[in-house]
Design a protein around this ligand. Structure first.
Ligand SMILES: Nc1ncnc2c1ncn2[C@@H]1O[C@H](COP(=O)(O)OP(=O)(O)OP(=O)(O)O)[C@@H](O)[C@H]1O
Ligand SMILES: [Mg+2]
Length: 367
C-alpha cells in the first residue's frame, strides 16, 4: 500500500472541493483520475504529494519516491534546453550543504569540531556526487529527447520552442527522474503531444514498474494505460474497475438505474398522494386517511440522477474525403434522442445538410 486516505475533506473558502473522500493506491496500480474542470483533481494530487493538507481525515503516505509531471510546466524563460533538463530534485539537500560549506570558506570561521581538511574533503566529495547525479539524470533526459527527435535543440532556449516541443522537454526531464520512483503522477500528460509521442508514452507506462496516477481528458490514452478509474465529482470520489470506456459504460448503466428508480419513486408518491386526496374528500377524519398521509410523509424521496451534460461533438476533417461528414446510427441514440430532439442544435459549415431517418442522423457537406 502506497497511499491510504480515510474520510478526507478539503474546502477553499466556501467551496467544498473534497467531501469525506476515501481511497487507496497500491503498488503497481494504474489509476485514471477523471472529473470536470475544477472538480479537485489537481488538489487531490497535491495532497498525495504532501503539498496540500486535508482539512480533516487521515492521509497515510508510504512512498519512497513520487515523481510528478505537473499540469503547467514552469521553465526559467532564459534557460536553454540543456539547463532545463538538469535533474534538480535529488541534489537539493546536497546542494544546500555545498552552499553552507562555501559560506564557511568565504567567512574563514571554522565551525566547532571541524578543521579545514574536513571541510575541503566534504566539499570535494559532494561536488563529485553532484556531477555524477547530474550526468545520469540529464543523460537519461537527453535519451528521451533523442526519441522525440529534438535532441538537436539542446543549446536553444526553452522559450523559443513550440508548445509541443516544450511538453516533450518537460516530459523528458520528469521521466528521467522516474527511474526509481514507486509512484508516478501525470497531470494531463498528453496535452500538446503529437500522436507518436503519445504512443511512446503509452509504451513507457506499460513498462513502468511503480504505480501510476493519470489525470487526463484523453479517453483513448486512458483506455490504453489504466485499469481503474477514480471519478471526482461534486466533492465525492468513486472508484470504477476497468479502463475508461468500461467506466463510461458502467456510469451510463448506473445513471439509467438511478433514473428508473427516481421515476418509480415519483410515480408511487403521486399515486399515494392521489389516493390520500380522494380519501380526504370522502373520509377526511378516518384513521385510514391519516395512516396514508403518514405513509406519504415517511416515503423516501429519491434524488434525481445528475442531469446529463450537453454532448458536444467536434468533427474536423484532415483532408477532403467523401461528402458524408457524420453518420450516427444507433438504437440507443434514437431512444435518447426522442425526449430531447427538439432542443438539439447542430452548428455546422453553411450549406451542410442534416437529415434524420429512423435510426440514423446524417450530415452531408456542400461540396
Ligand atoms: N489554493 C487555492 N485557493 C483557492 N481555491 C483553490 C485553490 N486551489 C484550488 N482551488 C479551487 O479548487 C477547485 C478545484 O481546483 P483543482 O485545480 O483541483 O481542479 P481540477 O479538477 O484539477 O481542474 P482542471 O480540470 O481544470 O485542471 C477550483 O474551484 C479551484 O479554483
Ligand atoms: Mg487540474
Amino acid at each position: 500500500m502506497l497511499i491510504r486516505a480515510e474520510g478526507i475533506s478539503k474546502s477553499f473558502g466556501p467551496k467544498d472541493v473534497l467531501v469525506n473522500v476515501s481511497f487507496h493506491i497500491d503498488d503497481n496500480d494504474r489509476i485514471g483520475l477523471v472529473g470536470p474542470n475544477g472538480a479537485g483533481k489537481t488538489t487531490l494530487l497535491k495532497m498525495i504529494m504532501g503539498e496540500v493538507r486535508p482539512d480533516c481525515g487521515d492521509l497515510t503516505i508510504r512512498t519512497n519516491k513520487i515523481v510528478h509531471l505537473s499540469q503547467f510546466p514552469s521553465f526559467d524563460s532564459d534557460a536553454t534546453v540543456n539547463e532545463a533538463i538538469q535533474d534538480e530534485g535529488p541534489r537539493s539537500e546536497e546542494q544546500k550543504r555545498i552552499e553552507e560549506l562555501e559560506a564557511i570558506m568565504t567567512s574563514g570561521e571554522l565551525p566547532p569540531g571541524m578543521d579545514w581538511n574536513d571541510i575541503s574533503m566534504e566539499y570535494a566529495m559532494l561536488q563529485e556526487k553532484l556531477v555524477a547525479a547530474d550526468k545520469s539524470g540529464a543523460e537519461r533526459a537527453l535519451d528521451h529527447l533523442k526519441t522525440f527527435g529534438i535532441d538537436d535543440r539542446t543549446d536553444g532556449r526553452v522559450s523559443e520552442l513550440s508548445g509541443g516541443e516544450k511538453a516533450k522537454v518537460h516530459l523528458s526531464k520528469i521521466l528521467a527522474q522516474a527511474e526509481k520512483a514507486d509512484l508516478l503522477i501525470l497531470d494531463e500528460p498528453t496535452n500538446h503531444l503529437d500522436i507518436d509521442a503519445v504512443e511512446w508514452l503509452e509504451e513507457y507506462l506499460l513498462d513502468f514498474k511503480g504505480a501510476v496516477v493519470i489525470v487526463s481528458h484523453d479517453r483513448y490514452f486512458l483506455d490504453k494505460t489504466v485499469t481503474q478509474v477514480f471519478e471526482l465529482e461534486s466533492g465525492k470520489l468513486r472508484r470504477y474497475g476497468g479502463n475508461y470506456s468500461q467506466f463510461v459504460d458502467k456510469k451510463a448503466m448506473e445513471l439509467e438505474r438511478q433514473r428508473k428508480e427516481y421515476e418509480r419513486n415519483a410515480r408511487e408518491r403521486e399515486r399515494q398522494a392521489r389516493i390520500a386526496d380522494e380519501q380526504h374528500r370522502a373520509l377526511w377524519f378516518s384513521s385510514t386517511h391519516k395512516t396514508r398521509l403518514k405513509m406519504l410523509e415517511r416515503m423516501e424521496v429519491k434524488e434525481a440522477p445528475d442531469k446529463k451534460k450537453d454532448l458536444n461533438i467536434e468533427i474536423s476533417a484532415a483532408q477532403k474525403a467523401g461528402r458524408n461528414m457524420v453518420i450516427a446510427k444507433s438504437s440507443r441514440w434514437r431512444a435518447a434522442a426522442a425526449p430531447c430532439s427538439r432542443t438539439w442544435s447542430w452548428r455546422s459549415i453553411p450549406g451542410t445538410s442534416w437529415a434524420s431517418s429512423d435510426r440514423t442522423v446524417r450530415a452531408r457537406r456542400p461540396w
